[in-house]
Design a protein around this ligand. Sequence first.
Ligand code: TTP
Ligand code: MG
Length: 401
Amino acid sequence: MHIDLDAFFVSVEQALNPELRGKPVVVGGRPDRRGVVASASYEARKFGLHAGMPLSTAIRLCPQAIFIEGSFPKYREASQKFMAILANFSPFLEPVSLDEAYLDVTGFESIHSSIHQMAVKIKQRIKDELGLCASAGIASSKVVAKVAAELSKPDGLLEVASGKERSFLAPLPVAKLPGVGKKTEQILKGLGINTIGELSVMPLSALKSHFGASGELLQRYASGIDDRKVEPPSPAKSISRETTFGKDTRDRSLLKATLRYLGERVGAELREQGKQVRCITLKLRYADFTTITRRHTLSQTTDTDQIIFDTGAMLLKKALSQERQPMRLIGIGVSNLVEGGRQLDMLDASARRLEQLNKAIDRIRNKYGFSAIQTGRTLLLKDIFPETEGGYKLQTPSLSR
Ligand code: TTP
Ligand code: MG
C-alpha cells in the first residue's frame, strides 16, 4: 500500500485554520517575494497552480489565492503523527517523505477483512485525528501502488487487482510512471512513446541506447514489474546543518554565532534520536566558491551543544588563520553516530552538568518552540536572520530546519 497526504502543507494550514478551508491556498511565501509554490490546495490547482511554479506566476493565474509562508515545525509534527498512525496498522513501514509512505500489508486481510477495508480505516483515522485527507494505492508492487495512489487523488483509494498491473498502467501517459521526469518524458515523446503501454513494448536495445542501464528498469516498471521490498528506514549516518550568508562575511562573531546556532540544531536532532557522536566536521565555502571541510575526532562520544560548538570553533579558528577570503557559507555536521544512553555517573561533574543543561533546554524548546530559549552567543543573529517560533529562517535549499 502506498499512502500520500493530499496537498500536505496546505491541508495542515487548513486543518488549523477553518477560514482557509475550501479556498485556493498556496504555501510557499508572499507573492511579492522570490520563491515558488511548495503546495497548492486542490481549489488552487483548478487555476493551473502547482508545486514548483514561481509565486509571481501563481498570483497572476489566481489573484484571489491566499498565500502563506508556511512553517516547517508544524508540518514535521503532522508528519510524525501521520507515520505513527501508519505504524499502528503495520510495523512494516517505509516512510518516503514527510507525507508519503509504503506499508507492506501482506497477510493483513485476516485482521481487517480485506486490504481495501484496512485502507478505509487508515484514511478514516488520519481524517479523525489530523483533519487531513490521504490517498491510498493498493497493488502487488511499489511502483503500481504509487501510481494508483497518485491517480486516485484527492481523498482517493484505488486497488489494482493482481494480474491487472500491466493493463492498469498501459493507457496512462509516461509522465505518470515513477522515474520518468521532464527530461525522460521529452526524449520518449521524441521517440513517439506517449503511454506507459508503449514504453513497456519498446525494443529494449533502443531504451538502453537512450537511458543506459536505467532503460531496463524503466521498462520493467512500465510492465508493472518491481521487486523492491518495503524497507524500514536505515538509521541516519550523519546529521548536518548549514547556511549561506546574505552577504559574504569575515566577521568572526557572526561566524561563531552562526556556528553555535547550527551546532544547536545538530545537537537537538542528535538528542532527539538518542545518539552520540565522536566525529565533528566543519564546512566552509569562501567567496570564490572554494569549499573546504575540516574534521576532528573526540576522545569520548558526546551529544552536548557546548562540545559540538567548542570543536567547531576550534576548527574554524584554524581555518581562519590559513585563509583570508570572506566566507559565503558555513556548516557543521556530526558523523559516526552511536546509540546514546551512557551512564551519567561515569562522567565527570562538568560533563554531567552540560548533559543536564541540554536536557532542560530541549524540554523547553519542545514545549514552546526553538526560539523560546537562546544562548547568549546566538542573540546577535536576531539582526541577521528572520526569526520564527521554530528558530531562525536560514538560507537553505529546503524549508529551514
Ligand atoms: P507532495 O506529496 O508532492 O505534494 P502535496 O502533498 O502538496 O500534494 P498531493 O496531493 O499532490 O500529494 O509533497 C508533499 C509536500 O512536500 C508538499 O505539501 C510541500 C512539499 N513540497 C515542496 O516543498 N516542494 C515541492 O516542490 C514539492 C513537490 C513538495
Ligand atoms: Mg502529498
